[in-house]
Design a protein around this ligand. Sequence first.
Ligand code: G3P
Ligand code: MG
Length: 230
Amino acid sequence: MLIIGHRGASGTAPENTLASFEKAISTGVQMVELDVHQCTTGELVVIHDDKINRTTSGKGFVANKTLAELKEADAGGGEKIPTLREVLNLIHRRTKVNIELKGAAVAASTVKLLNEYKVNYGWKTEDFCISSFDHRQLKEFRKLDKTTGIGILYDRHPDGFDRLARDLQATSVNISLHTVKQKIVDEIHAEGLEVWVYTVNSKHDFERLKKLHVDAVFTNYPDKFLSRKV
Ligand code: G3P
Ligand code: MG
């Protein structure tokens, strides 16, 4: 089963920060997940919420701030809100990256950035996977990028996933731990798609999902399920 560091190793480091991604990599994780928004000066930034209030010392909407303003906030332990570029530069192809399109209309900018990293820095299509609860943005992404893997995110039962997956040429259906059951896993697999489940932090849940033949789990504690031998 693929282990994905959710917002890095967000159980033990401030979520979606460079420290969190470095920590996740140190566990030997095969992929990290991160969330992107766009700030008013156009940079893609890595943060979960629309507002910076919960995860930083600052206040206000990401979309209304310049990058310089965002950089003033403490994202925990002296970390700053990173740009997607800073995260990709840090990762340097040591793990794959699942980019969740969170902010409004970030699909086109994301396609552009991925192309730049593929052309200039040796990243491969298979190093990336795109996901979103906002299925219109996934359609926009797919119009511009025909090859990168797409995971369709659902917060409830994935009604109509089969049709949408065919439209999007998707690779996985990403569902919640509270939704997953054998019937759903089997239906998704029958369409030739993978099942990825968020957010799995206990060994008990992990063992249950292994028995359901889930393909990947997002976890805040990749160290619980992986340990790099040094
Ligand atoms: O992609 C899995 C997970 O990140 C989706 O939910 O709210 O943690 O971004 P959220
Ligand atoms: Mg996410």
